[in-house]
Design a protein around this ligand. Structure first.
Ligand code: NDP
Length: 252
């Protein structure tokens, strides 16, 4: 096989929030599957370098970019950079997300705005920026990270639940828009996964959530990454506009 043929076979995945937690597990899983990886992160340079090196150990090329997904122009620039790096983008995983939890009466305007800016506007900007390229390719997989909380709600997470429910509406609508070109748009809804995001919960809060999970245990980032890998691959080519819970039965 010559270099040109190798380049043609190469697939490229772009993952937002890839430096830590679920995003890192997705980067590693897709690198293991042979994708060249572009990921972004906001500020944790050391975590980003660790993820980059771990992916490179699978023999793929990796590009790590620091930028904030709540910035529309930065999302355009990220897509541009990914295209310069890989020539194409086969898979976009909108994973970056934050929480600003509190009871409704204590949530500030800023708590609402920031969560919507990152969790909702971020994926919107990324999908808008990539749509033309995927239409041109007549192929592509977009996978949006929602949450079980966007399906069943959760006290203390009104702002976060709103953002994650909105991601589902956005996923289903874009799936319809892009279906004629065989571009798949799906969402994954993790339950309680062991990452920095959930490590900050009090023991009492963790116990409370565990009691709602039929499996009675937290999931691991790799559990979510396995689902993303399936949705990114050719075997999921007839699946679009769907939401896949990875939650130990929490939403069933
Ligand atoms: P973590 O907090 O562990 O990691 C978040 C990642 O997103 C980091 O790489 C972080 O980069 C990046 N990030 C945060 N804000 C921005 C931003 N504005 N722009 C670019 N990158 C950003 O989160 P998890 O791995 O736990 O969560 C990943 C996704 O899964 C989120 O969308 C979350 O809502 C969702 N989810 C998580 C669940 C869980 O139980 N953990 C359950 C359900 C859904 P940096 O470190 O540089 O800030």
């Amino acid at each position: 096989m010559n270099n040109q043929e190798k380049t043609q076979l190469k697939k490229v995945a772009l993952i937002t929030g890839g430096s830590r937690g679920i995003g890192r597990a997705i980067c590693l899983r897709l690198a293991q599957d042979g994708y060249d990886i572009v990921f972004n992160y906001r500020s944790d340079e050391q975590a980003a370098q660790e993820t980059k090196q771990a992916c490179e150990a699978y023999g793929v090329s990796v590009c790590a970019v620091s930028c904030d997904v709540s910035d529309s122009a930065a999302c355009d620039a990220l897509i541009q950079k990914a295209l310069e790096f890989g020539g194409r983008i086969d898979v976009l995983v909108n994973n970056a997300g934050i929480t600003r939890d509190n009871l409704l009466m204590k949530l500030t305007d800023e708590d609402l705005d920031r969560v919507l800016e990152v969790n909702l506007k971020g994926p919107f900007y990324m999908m808008r920026a990539i749509a033309r390229q995927m239409l041109r390719q007549k192929a592509g997989h977009i996978i949006n990270m929602s949450s079980v909380v966007g399906i069943i709600g959760n006290a203390g997470q009104v702002n976060y639940a709103a953002s994650k429910a909105a991601v589902i509406g956005m996923t289903k609508s874009l799936a319809r828009e892009l279906a004629s070109r065989k571009i798949c748009v799906n969402a994954v809804a993790p339950g309680m996964i062991a990452t920095d995001m959930t490590a900050v919960l009090s023991e009492e809060a963790q116990e409370g959530i565990l009691s709602q999970i039929p499996f009675r245990q937290m999931g691991q980032p790799e559990d979510v990454a396995n689902m993303v890998a399936f949705l990114a691959g050719e075997q999921s080519g007839y699946i679009t506009g769907q939401v896949f819970a990875v939650d130990g039965g929490m939403s069933c």
